[in-house]
Design a protein around this ligand. Structure first.
Ligand code: G3P
Ligand code: CA
Length: 256
């Protein structure tokens, strides 16, 4: 159990492990997700792209170049090709056995331990990803999973509209970069489709949080890796903190 030192346990906000515990282990790998769970994360955030053979792949970039020992675009590679890559050594040689994961593998492995914040990456590079994801959710639901375990977010509003139309009970979040995007009128429109507005933390102040809450929306800023910043954001009554360090607010630091 994590003990927090600066605020009431009853007010504990959800900790969202961004790409897993990606400050300490290679992002989007089992090592990063295991550590996130161990550090007490409530939610794991990850990104999805689609492979050449239509598999939902857990990875941030549109290519494998930065986070594996391979090269090439995800959309040009099959799952079998992706699985051959080393997804950990770029971070540290001790992670040389880490593999690229599929969405299915992540949900199966961690579904009983945490909730998930799933980000759909650029739909123009991942044509048809929303149909795959809708099918995936429908299969999960028919296998007894709860829709409450998932939040799907994207910078792309249209894809969130499509998902919400197909699965009205799905919780959705719109990612935003600019404070100027956040007007009362726009938030009111967005609130018919999304449940969260997730801005870059540098754009967040008390007025922005109030504006979002007044539109009956929630807010989880990203990516906060500094404890003092996390604590002042918490004072604004945000609804979750997206961080590479899931132990950010732990009194007893568990830095490996
Ligand atoms: O959860 C928000 C954050 O993940 C958005 O940025 O580039 O890390 O996917 P990025
Ligand atoms: Ca992301």
């Amino acid at each position: 159990m994590i003990i927090y030192d600066s605020y009431d346990q009853k007010k504990k906000i959800p900790i969202v492990a961004h790409r897993g515990a990606s400050y300490y282990a290679p992002e989007h790998t089992a090592a990063a997700f295991d550590l996130a769970v161990e550090m007490g994360a409530d939610i794991i955030e990850f990104d999805i792209q689609m492979s050449k053979d239509g598999q939902l792949i857990v990875i941030h970039d549109s290519t494998v170049d930065r986070t594996t020992d391979g090269q090439g675009r995800i959309q040009d590679m099959t799952l079998a090709q992706l699985k051959k890559l080393d997804a950990g050594s770029w971070f540290n040689s001790r992670f040389g056995n880490e593999k690229i994961l599929t969405l299915k593998e992540v949900i199966k492995q961690y579904g009983k331990k945490v909730k998930f914040l799933i980000e759909i990456k650029d739909p123009s590079l991942n044509v048809g990803i929303e149909k795959r994801l809708i099918h995936f959710f429908n299969t999960l639901l028919s296998n007894g999973y709860s829709i409450d375990s998932f939040i799907v977010q994207s910078f792309d509003y249209t894809i969130l509209q499509q998902l919400k139309k197909a699965i009205p009970s799905l919780t959705t979040g719109l990612l935003v970069n600019l404070q100027t995007q956040l007007t009362k009128k726009r938030l009111s429109e967005w609130s018919t489709v999304v449940n969260y507005i997730n801005p870059h933390y540098l754009t967040v102040n008390q007025d922005i949080v109030n504006l979002i809450h007044n539109a009956k929306l929630k807010i989880m800023p990203w990516v906060v890796n500094n404890k003092e910043i996390a604590l002042y954001l918490n004072d604004y009554q945000i609804d979750g903190i997206i961080t590479n360090k899931p132990n950010l607010l732990a009194t007893i630091s568990s830095d490996p």
